[in-house]
Design a protein around this ligand. Structure first.
Ligand code: ZN
Length: 97
């Protein structure tokens, strides 16, 4: 776990605690601004059960396992040299990746 992730978690925790402490204030402010009515209208019109099911299925289908790291850092299938970036040829042995 890197330092940036830890800082983000701590800041998010502090922010959510502050938000929870003033939850009634936030809810009243959102209702005053018309955000609650707008979201209710949006949910009734667009977020039906079918739409939620389709969104969830798409999210599951779009996530390929281990795509984050292996997309940029690969290994040459011939000489096992570490390749950084999306080059088509290995810099060590020159074979096509
Ligand atoms: Zn190679």
């Amino acid at each position: 776990m890197s330092l940036t992730i830890r800082k983000t978690i701590v800041l998010g925790l502090i922010g959510s605690i502050l938000l929870l402490g003033n939850i009634m204030l936030v809810a009243n402010w959102l209702a005053d601004k018309g955000v609650v009515d707008w979201a209710r209208h949006l949910r009734a019109d667009y977020l039906t059960g079918t739409a939620i099911t389709i969104i969830v299925v798409l999210l599951i289908l779009l996530v390929t396992p281990g795509a984050g790291v292996t997309g940029l850092i690969r290994r040459c299938p011939v000489c096992d040299h570490v390749l950084v970036g999306r080059g088509k040829y290995c810099g060590e042995c020159g074979s096509k990746v």
